[in-house]
Design a protein around this ligand. Structure first.
Ligand SMILES: *Cc1c(COP(=O)(O)O)cnc(C)c1O
Length: 706
């Protein structure tokens, strides 16, 4: 095989390409159609293209492009002068082991459900960029999370297409003998075996445990079927595999983590496995706990008590029976680690409590969420005031080069070396902005919005085809007609996220007459793009989707309100880059952080959000808009009425007039001033490079307890 073909194939085996604009382009250039059809999966793309074709095509300019990208990739992998080498050398030696039930790295690797996974993926990428020695641990879900489609009535349906290892950039983990590396965990009375896969993400490695092997009983082979699939029993089995299996895998690989980072409570059983290792060495329980604590850090993501994983004593007894015998611990001793009330060991076992008890540091994911978490868990720390509860905060960010990859990244790189450079400080961002004219920013906005609209037309054609909905087809097909066409001239709002009810997707529909007047204002119209999945068990969330579909089919909204099926990382990327305004309407303070609004900023998108999650920290009055001022009502109906009224008022009196207010060159000068302000104040702060540096200095480095 030609050297260039080997280089190209090598690039597909490390997801580094997913945040490099030119690397993506060399795949897309091979066949734009196959690239899109195969979910931007280069492994799959190359399976469709013969070596003869590749060899032939490598004889022109294309060859040089591969060479350049491959050279940059090699330099990246071998770089030793990194942030970590300069600032945290101990984190270059032993790795940080980051455990998460999901990782959202790229749409072609479907092992994530939503924001928690995307955060984990972005964390992994930044850790790699910063040169921190870093391994991720998760499960290999052969069905991933579901694919969403809507039936005639707008009701969400789910299907679960399989993903095959040979279509993914993953490799079987083998032992020194060259055979598959196998670990085992005790579940109930069984010994459950798991193999492992590895996935390269820049310099970091992600390990995926997989029980789908013939040696296991069939119900244990299915543990890794779906992300958050199944019942409580499935959930506890997944969490045992992730936490306990993960520690065992690292041991078998000879990896000795300096720090274990639990991303949410799902992986907290890892502390038990570490504890059992210490007890086996002959340490007392106190000493063993201290040793575990000194190596573990925990990030909580759930501001609602009901959102935390809990298991009954019966279930703990049944599932851990053999495990407890092996490590010599009683059920009561185990229950003590997870009980909110130490005087009642017959209640529920709470994963967050276990994680808090056996970590040296814990944090929420925004300033507000830190406060909420301290209040929520104060009862675990008798005698401490709320403000002394040892839970800090590190506000979530997004991986800037992933989320700007493509047109926006190329745009900024005409003025700066990289978006990482541009977002390294406010000064750096302002320096770049000073070189860019208003007309250029406006041109960026138009290009991105045009890309989104073109994408929507292609996507909708496919979506409607699959709805098999002949009578509705023509009705719903109107975006193609002249009168109702989506247009980049029109102010465009985006709303996309999980359809958890607290996010209140239908809030903007509370007053349909008012919305009608806003949307159909002939001089200053508005269009809105929605997307999002409801959890398969969440009928209330599905009802919200159905309502929005129904509204979107009404004549006055037809073609102005669009719902895109099957929200995922690919759709998210299109939406956050194309829309003018990113709408966020959670019930305060239920959004721990939220990150999607942070993704829109480098594209020149502006946030319009309830003051929840990251937004109260970032909002300065001139870099976006707030819905309400943080007022909180006990009554949800009252809260909705208040927030909706505020939403309409700000939209009518501020957002729409600012957008349509143009100078003699038809440029919305005040709007662009806000874009500049957003980029300067938000992009340098709410990115994962800053976030991971915070984790490194506050939590990962020894003797730097927060
Ligand atoms: C960023 C992202 C999320 C998280 O969105 P928030 O609601 O802002 O937390 C969820 N899903 C996908 C696909 C994303 O890209």
């Amino acid at each position: 095989m030609q050297k260039k073909i080997i280089s190209l194939k090598e690039l597909t085996k490390n997801l580094w390409w997913s945040w490099d604009t030119e690397a993506k382009q060399i795949f897309e250039e091979l066949s734009p159609l196959l690239w899109e059809r195969n979910n931007h999966n280069p492994v799959e793309l190359l399976r469709h293209i013969s070596n003869d074709e590749l060899a032939a095509r490598c004889h022109c300019k294309y060859r040089g492009k591969i060479e350049q990208v491959h050279e940059r990739f090699t330099r990246y992998i071998n770089e030793t002068d990194t942030w970590a080498a300069r600032n945290a050398p101990e984190l270059v030696k032993n790795p940080v082991a980051y455990f998460s039930a999901e990782f959202g790295i790229h749409e072609s690797v479907r092992i994530y459900s939503g924001g928690l996974g995307v955060l984990a993926g972005d964390h992994l990428k930044s850790a790699s960029d910063l040169g921190i020695n870093f391994v991720g641990i998760t499960l290999f879900y052969k069905e991933g999370y579901f694919r969403q489609y809507l039936n005639h009535d707008g009701w969400q349906m789910e299907d679960y297409p399989l993903q095959y290892p040979e279509s993914l950039p993953i490799e079987k983990v083998t032992g020194p003998d060259g055979k598959d590396l196998i670990i085992s965990v005790n579940i109930a009375q069984s010994e459950v075996l798991a193999q492992a896969w590895s996935l390269k993400v820049g310099r970091a490695t992600l390990y995926l445990l997989d029980t789908n092997i013939p040696a296991n009983e069939s119900h244990y082979r299915n543990i890794c079927c779906r992300v958050y699939g199944g019942d409580q029993n499935m959930r506890i089995n997944q969490e045992i595999l992730l936490g306990i299996g993960g520690v065992k895998l690292l041991q078998k690989l000879g990896i000795k983590p300096a720090v274990y980072h639990m991303n949410e409570g799902h992986s907290a059983f890892l502390t038990l496995e570490l504890l059992s290792n210490e007890l086996a060495k002959g340490l007392t329980m106190e000493q063993a706990m201290e040793s575990v604590r000194s190596r573990c850090v925990f990030t909580t993501h759930t501001p609602v008590p009901a959102g935390h994983d809990r298991f009954s004593r019966d279930m703990m007894n049944y599932t851990f029976d053999k495990y407890l015998t092996r490590i010599g611990m009683s059920l009561d001793e185990l229950m003590k680690f997870g009980s909110e009330d130490p005087s009642n060991l017959n209640g529920l076992f709470t994963m967050t409590v276990l994680a808090l008890k056996l970590s040296r540091a814990a944090n929420g994911v925004s300033k507000l969420h830190g406060e909420v978490s301290r209040a929520m868990w104060q009862h675990l720390y008798p005698g401490l005031s709320v403000s002394d509860v040892p839970i800090g905060h590190i506000t979530n960010g997004v991986h800037a080069s992933s989320w700007s990859c493509g047109y926006t990244d190329s745009f900024w790189r005409t003025y700066t070396e990289s978006v990482d450079e541009m977002t390294s400080s406010r000064d750096a961002a302002e320096e770049v902005l000073a070189k860019v004219s208003d007309a250029e920013i406006w041109s960026l906005r138009y290009s991105l919005k045009r890309n989104l609209i073109d994408f929507i037309y292609r996507y909708l054609a496919n979506q409607l085809y699959h709805q098999h909905a002949h009578p509705l087809y023509s009705e719903y097909d109107t975006p193609h007609s002249e009168k109702n066409a989506l247009s980049p001239d029109i102010l465009t709002i985006g709303f996309a996220r999980r359809f958890a009810t607290y996010k209140r997707a239908p809030l903007i529909f509370r007053d349909l007459d008012r919305l009608n007047r806003i949307i159909n204002n002939p001089k200053r119209p508005l269009q809105i793009i929605f997307a999002g999945k409801a959890h398969p068990h969440d009928d209330a969330g599905k009802e919200y989707i159905r309502q929005i579909i129904e509204f979107s089919r009404r004549p006055q909204f037809n073609g102005k309100i669009i719902f895109l099926e099957n929200y995922n990382l690919g759709v998210a990327k299109r939406m956050v880059s194309g829309v003018d305004v990113w709408l966020n309407t959670p019930i305060r303070p239920m959004e721990a952080s939220g990150t999607s609004g942070e993704k829109t900023v480098l594209h020149g998108g502006l946030n319009f959000s309830v003051l929840d999650g990251w937004w109260p920290e970032a909002y300065n009055g001139d870099n976006g808009w707030a819905i309400s001022h943080g007022e909180m009502f006990q009554n949800h109906e009252e809260q909705d009425r208040f927030d909706a009224e505020n939403l309409y008022t700000v939209l009518e009196n501020q957002i729409i007039p600012t957008y349509y207010d143009r100078d003699e060159f038809n440029i919305p000068v005040k709007w662009i001033r806000k874009i500049r302000n957003a980029i300067a104040t938000i992009a340098p702060e709410y990115n994962t490079h800053r976030m991971v540096r915070d984790y490194a200095t506050l939590y990962y480095q020894q003797n730097r307890k927060s």
